[in-house]
Design a protein around this ligand. Structure first.
Ligand code: AMP
Length: 249
């Protein structure tokens, strides 16, 4: 069984994101970039399914600038078998990404497509859902448990206040939540081996996909600075301030 995993290049989650001085976008100059954490969980899940003998091939796909090859190589070092980069420049909307992934799905015919539930840069939480619609396939978002066999997938989803379990026929689309697994670290020998794994490069035009944006980003703003806190001498002063200054009690 073949699994396709979508991996996005994003600003590393440890980096404090800053807006550009003109507010047009996020500052990406000299910023550490990494694989989106939810995509890393998706890769890990595919690798575990391969280790269990359910999956035979894992294909990591990224859409973006040439540098996204670095994130595909990370996925290869974690255990993916080969990579595909769909080269594209500029701000890519979830619909454009979903269409590119659909074109790759048409070529590769995977039984399962694993994506992160959300990319931590755009916070869209749209791509998996759109891809499932374009494929006409079943989808299970926010997966916290996944089992797979030739007949289908069973997915436990984290929903508000509880868990929901779904059975899906294949091919299916599953998006990963935080608690699905804890990704492994890539070992040095595996990083070296990953350099030799196949990585094909194509682009949206070759795939016949229109990636022209339908929306325009007007501004990016950092959150308002929080005022510094103060120390109060005792509970009496605290109550007085809450009542008369903050007026919250
Ligand atoms: P989003 O809908 O943008 O929050 O992204 C959800 C998931 O879609 C990500 O975790 C990835 O698995 C996938 N995805 C989004 N953008 C890309 C991209 N440029 N390349 C590959 N996968 C992507």
């Amino acid at each position: 069984m073949k699994v396709l995993v979508a991996v996005k290049r994003v600003v590393d989650y440890n980096v404090k994101v800053r807006a550009k001085a003109d507010g047009s976008d996020v500052e990406l100059n000299n910023v550490k970039m990494s694989i989106n954490p939810f995509c890393e969980i998706a890769v890990e899940e595919a690798v575990r399914l391969k280790e269990k003998g359910v999956v035979t091939e894992i294909v990591a796909v990224s859409i973006g600038a040439t540098q996204s090859q670095e994130q595909i190589r990370t996925a290869l070092a974690l255990g993916a078998d080969r990579g595909i980069l769909v080269e594209a420049e500029g701000r890519l909307e979830p619909l454009a990404i979903a269409k590119c992934l659909k074109a790759v799905v048409d070529k590769e015919q995977p039984q399962l497509v694993l994506l992160g539930k959300q990319a931590i840069d755009g916070d869209n939480n749209q791509t998996g859902q759109m891809l499932a619609a374009l494929m006409g396939a079943g989808q299970a978002t926010f997966a916290s448990e996944l089992t797979l066999d030739a007949d289908g997938a069973k997915v436990t989803r984290e929903v508000d206040g509880g868990l929901q379990t779904l059975a899906l026929t294949l091919p299916a689309v599953v998006t990963t939540d935080l608690r699905l697994n804890e990704p492994r670290y890539a070992s040095l020998p595996n990083i070296m081996k990953a350099k030799k794994k196949p990585l094909d490069v194509t682009n949206a035009a070759e795939l016949g996909v229109d990636i022209a944006p339908r929306t325009e980003q007007l501004a990016v703003e950092p959150p308002a600075e929080r005022a510094a806190g103060i120390k109060v001498a005792d509970v009496g002063e605290l109550l007085d301030k809450l009542k008369n200054e903050a007026k919250v009690i």
